[in-house]
Ligand binder design. Sequence first.
Ligand SMILES: *Cc1c(COP(=O)(O)O)cnc(C)c1O
Length: 415
Amino acid sequence: MKSRDYFEISRKIFPGGVNSPVRFYEPYPVFIKKGKGSKIFDLDDRKYLDFCLAYGPLILGHSNPSVKRAVQKKLEEGWLFGAPTEEEILLGRLIKKAVPYIEMMRFVNSGTEATMHTIRLARAYTKRKKIIKINGGFHGSHDSVMVSSGSGMIGKPSSDGIPEESASNTVVVEYNDPYGIENIFKRFKNEIAGIIIEPVLGNIGVVLPDHDYLKYLREITSDNDSLLIFDEVITGFRFHYGTAGQYFNVIPDLTVLGKIVGGGFPLSIFGGRNDIMEQISPAGNVYQAGTFAGNPISVTAGISTLRILKNKDYKELENKLKILGKFVNDVKEDKNEEIQFNSMVSMFQIFFNKNRIKNYRDAVKSDVKRYREFFNSMLKNGIYLPPSQFETLFLSFSHTYNDIHKFGMKIYDEL
Ligand SMILES: *Cc1c(COP(=O)(O)O)cnc(C)c1O
């Protein structure tokens, strides 16, 4: 049980023994040594089928050989210059070609950085302060977005250390609630810089948009000269070779990409309309900078990943998830379990909840204790999931039909 011993040491070095809070679970998290394809191995060489996939980036699975070769080759030439490189252009053009409405973009290191600068940009462009955010939506951990409150209300800090004043510039509304949005625009006329939203919620489990909800957001933001910002850190290149905006046929003003586009290395991108993006320094007066921004290694991994994804058939992922959904449905019918299977092409979650999940309010009524038991029994059975009911499970192109059946059978046996 090396993980237990290591965790004892880790707790004295890192707060809670981890470097990101979601990684902790009782009694101690499993320490991972290596990964290959759909599998990871812990320090005791125990094997797990991985449906967490580092919380999203690894759509090709672990240690993809082509990505590895590309990065190794790049490493031979050095890894950081603080100067423009050819690779940045290559990746930028790949993104533009896949998503033509991302006319201009900037590379940064993390989703948190990207949404922070996107919001600054939206405020500068519109000369307005207030941002609308969805309850339960996650956009990283900076002050403007670590905010919660009742629907249509001025935000309250959801962490200690965030001034009330920063949170008060964020207005929170329930997902799939167009009337809530309409009321905010009435109440704060000419004050709303933009709406930031995950087109499909992925940080309270998976929650899908109602028909025409995203279209409505496009209309009301345009009508009010506000910007529509799609945070596609999870959804970008997740449903097809492009964005959820394209998938749902709703074109936002600004888009944030992350996770998949770095191929498992730190890289995030924000971009959109030329006239907005040209406000970023040094072209304009909205400041953004980063020592590691657009570093050749992350960018090379991104290029390699996108080139592979371009030739992949996402239908295959969708079909595999359908099979998994059938197993869950069998559990529901044969065993009278109160569960919901929410899924979208390659992301999914099983909610321990008897009702359909449409928003955060519904999601939090789920039985988190049951989920935790489910998580623990899967871990014991060699299946690695995110430890929280409010995270998303992912499928990669390296998961086989066999992997799916194995997971499905375990779900059926254990629930
Ligand atoms: C993960 C995530 C972020 C934050 O990205 P980091 O790279 O972890 O900072 C932002 N938005 C969404 C939708 C995410 O899922």
